[in-house]
Design a protein around this ligand. Structure first.
Ligand SMILES: [Zn+2]
Length: 487
């Protein structure tokens, strides 16, 4: 048939090729094309958070391991965390792509008037699912998509959320060393194919704790930062030893930065309003104030212009760019201290030298961000992103559809490798009943190319070796030969 299309008499060889090539092409597709067992050969991603690791720590002391990742991958100079810049809200923003007002973990300490319950890091209330279920973390989403996840101490990862825990997780225990957490993560990624995790999250409490106690400007922080770099080096080395370093996309970031405090910068609320008139929710530097019934106007008017080093917002007046208004767990009045200021009821409260929670546009509140791996671009410095943009980026790398979120993949697409690799290519869902033209078009192009090659080749052979052709199979060669000679 194709021989006829090319002109002249019909050639059996051409017809045979025309019949066989589409079959070969389809057979190839079946072997190597989209697979229905989505769990196999999934891209791998490990997200690491060093709590309170401010963006500029990596240039303060030698941090060769952070810089190795930047050289092999990317860094982002300005990452805007979600408001308020506290630990629980931001760790949940990183894995949901949502601002706190949407995912519902609006502070480390919360009160929900509808539930009439309080949430506190100091109590088991953090294990109550209902606090977390205004959003779906990425580990749940990937598991619902047929993938597997593992979590080492990430806030919220040991809570049953929408009926699920991560496939593998460690119940929170601050006394478990970083190295032990890494060993478990490596074990989970290294498991046999059917059991290996695709998405891992790893949390470490430092340098936040030291930042609070010492203050970020303290020279003793240098040792702490160098120690974190060594821990990162340990992780990289363990990934290499397990043969995972080139397979796993590694993202290292933090929930927020850290600001230097001063004992001279204290705001004492008792000077302005009686504590009998309100309930104090969450801690400095951003405090939720719940006035007692009928006392809203009195409390607000006493606080509003009381101290120039704090902003006092009615809930409905909280600036739009904070995305921190539309949730019942955000209190009717919000006090936000200016950078470096501490708000207390009186000076008997314990005092810290470093803190976070302030305005997320402040440079001191911004975290580190470095990443490397098969899906990540090499040796690239990006100027800015929002931490909520990380979620759609991770979904893209993991080849799973993101849930609705406040981030934008287009804001961070330049962090991706320029050359698509097998691990970054989005998985194509298997077509149950659909029909694709791709195999037909591919086969047709293949047939035309092979025929073209054959015609040129045979022309050369027959011109050079005309006498010997007499001894070959005339059925195969002669029609082409005759046609060819008449061209
Ligand atoms: Zn902290």
């Amino acid at each position: 048939m194709l021989g006829c299309f090319l002109g002249g008499g019909c050639c059996p060889l051409v017809c045979l090729l025309a019949l066989l090539l589409p079959l070969v092409s389809l057979s190839h597709l079946n072997q190597h094309g989209p697979r229905s067992d989505g769990a196999r050969d999934r891209p791998k991603l490990l997200l690491v958070s060093f709590d309170g690791f401010r963006w500029d720590y990596i240039d303060r002391v030698p941090t060769p391991n952070f810089h190795r990742i930047i050289y092999e991958g990317v860094t982002v100079e300005r990452v805007e965390s979600a408001y308020i810049t506290k630990t629980f809200p931001n760790h949940y923003s990183l894995v949901t792509g949502l601002y706190a007002e949407t995912h519902g973990i609006v502070a480390n300490e919360m009160y929900d008037p509808a539930l009439n319950r309080s949430f506190s890091m100091e109590t088991d209330s953090i294990y109550e699912s209902r606090w977390w279920e205004e959003a779906v973390p990425l580990w749940v989403t990937i598991q619902k998509a047929g993938g597997r996840s593992g979590a080492a101490m990430w806030p919220g990862s040991d809570v049953k959320i929408h009926g699920m825990f991560p496939n593998k997780y460690l119940p929170y225990n601050a006394s478990v060393s970083f190295e032990a957490r890494v060993e478990r993560i490596i074990e989970w990624f290294s498991a046999p194919k059917d059991a290996a995790v695709d998405f891992g999250v790893l949390y470490w409490e430092e340098p936040d704790e030291s930042g609070h106690n010492l203050g970020p400007q303290n020279s003793l922080m240098d040792v702490v930062i160098a120690g974190i770099d060594e821990k990162l080096g340990f992780l990289m080395n363990e990934l290499k030893k397990a043969g995972l370093y080139e397979k796993v996309n590694l993202i290292v970031t933090s929930d927020h930065g850290m600001a230097q405090l001063s004992p001279d910068k204290i705001i004492e609320l008792d000077e302005y309003v009686s504590r009998d008139l309100y309930t104090w929710v969450d801690k400095s530097p951003v405090v939720g104030i719940l006035p007692k019934e009928g006392k809203f106007d009195e409390v607000y008017s006493k606080l509003a212009d009381a101290n120039p080093n704090m902003m006092v917002y009615k809930k409905e007046d909280i600036p739009e760019h904070f995305h921190y208004q539309h949730n019942i767990r955000i209190m009717p009045i919000l006090i936000e201290s200016k950078e470096g200021w501490t708000v207390v009821q009186n000076r008997t409260a314990p005092f810290m030298l470093g803190n976070h929670g302030y305005d997320n546009t402040l440079r001191s509140m911004q975290p580190v961000f470095v990443a490397r791996g098969p899906a990540i671009r090499q040796n690239y410095v990006k100027t800015s992103m929002r931490s909520v943009d990380l979620y759609p980026l991770m979904c893209h790398i993991l080849a799973i559809p993101p849930l609705p979120n406040n981030g934008s993949l287009s804001n961070v697409q330049d962090l991706l490798s320029l050359e698509p690799t097998p691990s970054t290519a989005p998985s194509i869902p298997p077509r149950a009943n659909g029909y694709s033209y791709a195999p037909v078009v591919g086969s047709f192009i293949g047939v035309v190319m092979v025929l073209g090659f054959l015609m040129v080749y045979i022309r050369q052979v027959t011109l050079k070796q005309l006498p010997s052709l007499k001894h070959r199979s005339r059925e195969m060669s002669q029609p082409l030969l005759q046609e060819d000679l008449h061209l």
